[in-house]
Design a protein around this ligand. Sequence first.
Ligand code: RUQ
Ligand code: CUA
Length: 673
Amino acid sequence: MAGVAGLAVGGALGYIAGMGARAPAQVVTGFDDILRARGLTPDEARAALQTFVPPGRPELDEFIMISSGGHSGQILVIGIPSMRLLKVVSVNTPEPWQGWGYGETGSMEIFRRLKEAVPPKIFFGGDTHHPDFDRRDAKYVGEWAFIGDKLGGQAAAISLKDFKTKDVIKIPNVQTIHGGAFTTPNTEYVVYVSQYPAPRDPQRGGYKPGKTYVKLTAENYKRYFRGAMTFLYFDRENMRWDLTKSFQIELPPYVQDLASVGWGPSDGIAFCNSFGTELVSTDVLDGKVPFEVWWGRNEYDYLHVVLWRKAEELVRQGKAEEINGIKVIRLETAIKEGILYFVPEPKSPHGNDITPSGRYNVIGGKLSPMVTVIDVEKLKRAIADRKFAGTDDYGVPIIRLEDVMAAQIEAGLGPLHNEFDERGHGYVSLFIDNKVVKYNLGPPDYTGDKPWTVVDKVDIHYNVGHIATPESNSPDPVGKWLVALNKWAVDRFRLVGPLLPQNFQLIDITGEKMRVVYDMPIPLGEPHYAKIIRAEKIKALDVYPPGTDMWTFKRHPHAIELGQERVERKQEGGRWVTEVWMTVIRSTIRPWVIRAKQGDIIRLHITNVEKVRDATHDFGVPEYGIQVSINPGETVDVEFEATHPGVYTYYCLEFCSPLHLEMLGFLEIEPAE
Ligand code: RUQ
Ligand code: CUA
């Protein structure tokens, strides 16, 4: 015995000694040693210290960034300045870990409704673009986040109490959307603007997926295709989009692009850019001229100016028609009632963003090196004085750019999006120049002696789209950090194959010179926009109160306590239903045997009776595609049809305890005679 013990000790010592021999200890005593050992410059070391969040100090992430998950159809939650990914919230796409679309009744219901709304094919993808927060007096609140999905033409609402999606809908009468989500100053509505125009039914108007057909000719495009600006009402009590309280404004078939919603001096005004005001021609449709050539012909496109509070009034007066479940203000009505105006803007503009004072809308030129600034005071005056330069082909009044422009700033090539700080600066992303440019605004945002002047530039890597500063596009931004959402990373990360990550770059904007301090790889294509909020505004739950239904935040009608588990087999409308009230707790699923018959509806109500943080259990049924997540305190419903006989081992998928592997049960499905 003694001999064996001796051997073991000798072996262990030998191993340690061997390790020492392979990697001679480099004793690191001070900062300088680390810099030398890692070959870091003092600047790089400073950047590391600015962004580093040591283990156990989560409060050092002062801000939370909610980013579009791009093609994943989801939302990314990122801590700032650490740039650590904290969460992926499933929105438009099924996600197994969160049990989103894998048998849990509420999420299945959302996907069922989306499928019903879009007959050709249920949409399991994504092109999520722009998130926004709920607002009070135009300032971010942080109880809700909203996002739009371009490919799906969908709108989603996410509660920031539990960071779960509560509703996703297909927006009526549109095919794709881009300019959304943008919330109005007190979250009266969430604005979503269509991107590509869709055909309208020549008799009834409106667009129905899988139904509406109009022969594609230049003439029909002009006559029957339309865009739309949608004001969606979100019912925070019921946590559902409510189309009965929403409305839509029909727009000409230009390609509507990014939107913005004003406050303060611009309160009541919603904007969106456009391109493609050339419509389509027979040459385009015959394949002789490509779109990007045809749509570059006009020197100007139109900034759309929509008086949405007035539009709301028109809806109240019954001047909207109900089409496909939403009240629509037809284009003719919008023109006649004076709620829609155009301002010509340098061709193919992109972003338009409101400065903190609410006084200016700053427009990215995309193909023009200019950032064009619209003064809403002048704009309101021009509308009040009916000072127009004519109309477009549909009769929409056009306001002269000279009459409403405050300034043009020569920023550089490819200006896309603007963000702001509280010191009177704007920041614009330059897609072609690969830069972020900082400039002074004008009064009242900036009161110094060099308004509308570029003051700094920094190189980014590479192809920046949106940028984000904390609480920008609100009256209350924080000029501390700027995140550049870069589409290309090229050489910034270790090569992992031809498909490269995107690059979120953190830029310190506190000093006179902007400094890039961090590169964050994003292995999802391609997040468009992100919004950053003061972290203390987010008041997330740590556990749910016992028996909570996440779809109502109320006690679930089928929540039970430990010991109340039961199985009932009964007839319901001519069908057999096996209904089970279950609990999960470390390390037991109760009941651990469920017997049913082939053809039964299996209906489960599973309560996680845990009361401590992080004690989440999962519930999976193999071969039936069931996977749900039950967080501490939560009660979750699962329903599926027992189509195939067999004996199936259901089990918990979270390694929740030492006896996690024993956390299982059997579902016996007896064959039908
Ligand atoms: S827009 S950069 Cu939606 Cu610019 Cu993507
Ligand atoms: Cu519960 Cu593993």
